[in-house]
Design a protein around this ligand. Structure first.
Ligand SMILES: Cc1cc2nc3c(=O)[nH]c(=O)nc-3n(C[C@H](O)[C@H](O)[C@H](O)COP(=O)(O)OP(=O)(O)OC[C@H]3O[C@@H](n4cnc5c(N)ncnc54)[C@H](O)[C@@H]3O)c2cc1C
Length: 386
């Protein structure tokens, strides 16, 4: 029979991660963000406990689990008010791509640090001029003897300041077809020609976004991950996990918002009975609870399909999950703020920051419009619109 609940092992993992993150909590997280500090302590603790690299193969220092496991970790951290965006990037995207397409030597070099958190890897695909249209990226990789020379610009790259390396998506210069021929390189953040500048964002998070400048960065042959002609398959191996993780990040934030809102609605009294007595307050929260649970179910389905090796079906489910989760999270955050009245927009209660954090989920890593384009075309068979 098909099971609609996660395994006992997965549920235990969720409880353990929630307990660990609960020691830190939302106030700790926002304090770090506001004082310009990092969440390294939490990052390293989840690394030491084997949660960060739970999806990385065991022989390279990981837990040998799947995307479903690392997504559960990501969701539980966010549900405790400690969302770690770099989980989406380092173990899930970079860890997956290197595990699937790296050479044995590359796996030995990079995966153990990604798994235990001592060596974080950022991921850079977005460019200022290409934006959503990643087929238009212009960061180029040119061969020079045995080496590669990289040139280009990237934007909104998360966590470059905390990363030792960035997995950069470039294209080979001789791609004549007009189709993207992506190639992936691991670039050390301290290499000559690699510079980055922080983009001031309105998100309350210790994890920051950067513009990246890549000027004649010279890389050895073994910085190339996967096959030069491997194409989109290699990239998509990382993008489905990215969507599943982004969905989990959103549902975690939504759960956090709803927990806080429900607790407040049970306590705050201005007329007869607590405000949660009034259906105008209770129903929007109940509606969000339903929407979040639906999004979680689709996220778990996408992860199960991906972990079963069904990349194609997982792609549709991962897109749908990411869409549903972002929408549910935006609404949950908005309703949670409303439930708090004026307190909803004070720094003390820290709810308003969730509006921007959840809103980012509608834009990144893939926008709601592009998911609707995908579903219209792939699921409904409508003509391609872009
Ligand atoms: C907090 C945050 C963290 C990020 N971290 C990373 C990271 O670590 N690495 C990385 O590579 N990138 C990262 N990004 C970038 C992110 O993936 C992009 O912002 C996103 O893909 C959208 O691209 P854009 O901002 O250039 O928007 P644009 O492409 O300029 O799009 C603007 C708007 O137009 C819409 N639009 C464009 N084309 C169409 C179309 N054909 N049909 C319908 N609507 C369309 C879009 O949906 C969007 O609403 C991050 C972004 C944010 C906000």
């Amino acid at each position: 029979m098909t099971s609609y609940t996660e395994s006992e092992e997965r549920q235990a993992l969720r409880r353990e991660v929630a307990k660990l993150a609960g020691k830190y909590g939302r106030e700790w997280f926002t304090e770090k963000a506001r004082s310009g500090e990092k969440t390294t302590e939490l990052w390293l603790e989840i690394g030491r406990n084997g949660y960060l690299g739970i999806n990385i193969p065991e022989e390279y220092g990981g837990g040998g689990g799947g995307i479903g496991d690392v997504a559960a970790v990501c969701e539980e951290l966010a549900a405790q008010g400690c969302p770690l965006l770099l989980m989406v990037v380092s173990p899930a995207i970079c860890g997956t791509i290197i595990s699937r397409f790296g050479t044995d030597e590359q796996k030995r070099r990079w995966l153990p640090g990604i798994a235990d958190g001592t060596s974080t890897m950022a991921f850079a695909i977005t460019e200022p001029d290409a934006g959503t249209n990643t087929h238009n990226i212009s960061t180029t990789a040119r061969r020079d003897g045995d080496a590669w020379v990289l040139n280009g610009r990237k934007i909104y790259i998360s966590g470059v300041d905390e990363a030792d390396h960035v997995l950069v998506v470039a294209r080979t210069e001789d791609a004549k077809t007009g189709q993207v021929k992506p190639v992936l390189f691991v670039v050390p953040t301290d290499i000559d020609g690699f510079e980055y500048r922080q983009i001031p964002m309105e998100i309350v998070s210790p994890e920051l976004q950067f513009q990246v400048f890549i000027d004649d960065v010279r890389l050895p042959a073994d910085a190339l991950v996967g096959d030069e002609d491997g194409g989109l398959v290699q990239l998509f191996a990382g993008l489905n996990p990215e969507r599943i993780m982004a969905a989990s990040f959103s549902t975690g934030l939504a759960r956090f918002a709803l927990d806080r809102a429900s607790a407040y609605a049970k306590e705050r009294t201005v007329f007869r009975g607590p405000i949660g007595t009034h259906q105008a307050v209770a129903h929007p929260l109940a509606q969000s609870k339903i929407e979040v649970e639906l999004a979680r179910l689709m996220t778990q389905k996408a992860a199960a399909l991906y972990d079963a090796g069904d990349d194609a079906t997982a792609g549709e489910a991962a897109n749908m999950a990411k869409y549903a989760a972002a929408e549910a999270a935006c609404d949950a955050a908005d309703r949670a703020v409303q439930t708090h009245g004026g307190n909803g927009i004070t720094q003390e209660y820290g709810m308003a920051g969730l509006l921007v954090a959840t809103r980012a989920g509608r834009i990144a890593p893939v926008s709601r419009e592009m998911i609707l384009n995908y579903v219209a075309m792939h699921s409904l068979g409508l003509p391609k619109s872009y």
